[in-house]
Design a protein around this ligand. Structure first.
Ligand code: EPU
Length: 417
C-alpha cells in the first residue's frame, strides 16, 4: 500500500505542463472502436484508467501499441465479446463501451461500471437514449445487455444534463440510420473533443458544445489521427495549489477559456492571474477574501474542482459557502480536512468553510478529487508531514503528480507501507 507524504509550507514556484484530458481520453479510446481502420490518439495522459481501457480493447481483439503519449488502436478485428466482469468493473467510464459497441455491432453485454463512487451515479439517461435509438436494454445480473436489429436516429431530450449520456448517445448515433437530435445536451469541452474525433473519422456531428447536437448516422467510419485537448481539471488543480501555497506558477498547455469559471473565482478571492494564449500564471497573495462558489454544469464552476477549491477556501478570511449542484453529496474530503484542523460543516448540498490554518494529519482519499483536495491541504501545512492514503484514486486522474509537484519545489514523496 502506498501513501503520499507531504512536508508542506513551501510556495510552489515554476512551470507545470498540463497533459491531455482524462475525461476526453476515456471517451476517445472507446470511440475508436467505431472505426474500421487505425486510429491514433496523441497527447494521451498516462493514467491507470487509460491503461485499463487499453486492456479492455485488447480483450476484444483490437491491436493497441504505444509511442510515448500516442496510442495506436487498430480496431479492425474487434468482436463484441460479452464483458460482464473483469476490467470494465475497475472503471466508471467503461459505460462508453455500451455506446461504442452498440453503434458498431448492434449488440453488447457490459458489466455495470465501477470507478469513484462518491455517490450513486445512475445511467438512466444513457439507457433512455439507447432505447430511443431502437435498442432493447436488459439488466442481466448486474450486466447491461443491449441489442438492436437496427439503430434508427431519434430525437432525444435528456432529463438531466449529463456528460456521459451525451457522449454515449453520440457514439451509438454515429452508426445509426438517419438523424439523431440530442436536446439538453451537456456542453463540456470533452464533448466537443469526442465530436471532433468522430467527425475526423467521417461522422457528421454538428452543435457539440451547445445544448442541441445533431448527428447524421453513417454506415462506416474510418481511422484518423487526433490530438486530445489539455486537461482543464488537472490545470485547475495546479492553479488552486499555486494559490493555496502562495506560490507563483505558470500553468502551461491549457485552453484558458475552459478555466474561466475558476479564474473568475480566484480573481474574486484576490489571487493574481495573468492569462496568456496557452498558459495561465497564478500569483499567490498573503491573504484571500472569502467567496461563494456554485459547482454547475459547464460553463459553470466544475464539480471536479469543488473538492480542491474547498482546501483553498480554508485559506481565505471569513466564511465561504461552496455548493455543488451537479452531485448532491460529493463531500468525502470534508471529514478528512476537519482532521487537519479545517472548520467546515456540510449542510445539504453546501460546505460552509471558515478560514483556518491546517495541521499535518494522517488522512485518506475516498475518491480522485478528494485526493487532490487533501494533497493541496497538505501543501499548505507549515509543520509536520501529512500522510495521504488512497493514492490509487489520485493515480486515476493526475499523471506525474509527484514529479510535477517536486519540480515546483514541493517536498512530496511516495512511501510504500
Ligand atoms: N445523472 C443521472 N442520470 C444519468 C446520468 C447522470 O441522474 O443517466 C446525474 C448524475 O448522478 C449527476 C449528474 O447527472 O448528478 C451529472 O452526471 P454526468 O453524467 O454529467 O457525469 P458523468 O458523465 O458520469 C463525468 C465525469 C466526472 C464529472 C462529471 C460532471 C467522466 C468519466 N466522468 O461523469 O468526472 O464529475 O462528468 O462533469 O467523464 C472526475 O473526473 O473526478 C469525475 C468524477
Amino acid at each position: 500500500m502506498e501513501k503520499l507524504m507531504i512536508s508542506g509550507g513551501r510556495p510552489l514556484q515554476g512551470t507545470v505542463t498540463i497533459s491531455g484530458a482524462k475525461n476526453s481520453a476515456i471517451a476517445l479510446i472507446p470511440a475508436a472502436i467505431l472505426a474500421e481502420s487505425e486510429v491514433i490518439l496523441d497527447n494521451l495522459p498516462l493514467l491507470s484508467d487509460v491503461a485499463v481501457y487499453s486492456e479492455i480493447l485488447e480483450e476484444l481483439g483490437a491491436t493497441v501499441s504505444w509511442d510515448g503519449n500516442s496510442m495506436r488502436i487498430d480496431p479492425s478485428h474487434i468482436i463484441s465479446l460479452p464483458m460482464p466482469n473483469g476490467p470494465v468493473k475497475k472503471l466508471r467510464a467503461s459505460y462508453y463501451m455500451m455506446g461504442a459497441l452498440l453503434g458498431r455491432f448492434k449488440e453488447t453485454t457490459i458489466g455495470l461500471p465501477g470507478g469513484c463512487n462518491f455517490e450513486p451515479r445512475p445511467i438512466d439517461q444513457h439507457i433512455k437514449g439507447f432505447e430511443a435509438l431502437g435498442a432493447t436494454v436488459t439488466n442481466e445480473h448486474g450486466a447491461i445487455h443491449l441489442h438492436a436489429k437496427e439503430l434508427k436516429g431519434a430525437k432525444i431530450y435528456l432529463d438531466v444534463v449529463s456528460v456521459g449520456a451525451t457522449i454515449n448517445i453520440m457514439l451509438a448515433a454515429t452508426r445509426a440510420k438517419g438523424s439523431t437530435i440530442i436536446e439538453n445536451a451537456a456542453k463540456e469541452p470533452e464533448i466537443i473533443d469526442v465530436a471532433t474525433l468522430l467527425n475526423s473519422m467521417g461522422a457528421s456531428i454538428k452543435g457539440a458544445g451547445t445544448e442541441t447536437i445533431r448527428i447524421e448516422g453513417k454506415s462506416e467510419l474510418h481511422g484518423c489521427r487526433h490530438s486530445i485537448i489539455p486537461d482543464r481539471i488537472q490545470a485547475g488543480t495546479y492553479m488552486i495549489a499555486a494559490a493555496a501555497t502562495r506560490g507563483n506558477v505558470l500553468i502551461d498547455n491549457v485552453i484558458p477559456k475552459h478555466l474561466e469559471a475558476l479564474t473568475a473565482k480566484l480573481i474574486e478571492m484576490g489571487v493574481g492571474i495573468e492569462e496568456l494564449d496557452e498558459s495561465i500564471r497564478v500569483i499567490g497573495k498573503p491573504s484571500y477574501e472569502h467567496v461563494d462558489v456554485k459547482a454547475l454544469v459547464y460553463p459553470g464552476f466544475a464539480t471536479d474542482l469543488q473538492s480542491p477549491m474547498t482546501s483553498l477556501l480554508t485559506q481565505a478570511q471569513g466564511v465561504s459557502v461552496l455548493s455543488d449542484f451537479v452531485y448532491s453529496n460529493r463531500f468525502k474530503h470534508v471529514p478528512e480536512l476537519i482532521r487537519m484542523g479545517a472548520k467546515i460543516r456540510v449542510e445539504g448540498r453546501s460546505a460552509i468553510i471558515e478560514g483556518h490554518s491546517l495541521n499535518a494529519a494522517k488522512v485518506k482519499a475516498a475518491d480522485l478529487r478528494a485526493g487532490a483536495a487533501l494533497v493541496i491541504a497538505g501543501l499548505t501545512v507549515e509543520e509536520g508531514v501529512t500522510e495521504v492514503g488512497g493514492v490509487e484514486f489520485i493515480d486515476r486522474g493526475y499523471d506525474n503528480l509527484v514529479t510535477n509537484l517536486r519540480e515546483l519545489g514541493a517536498d512530496v514523496w511516495r512511501q510504500t507501507l
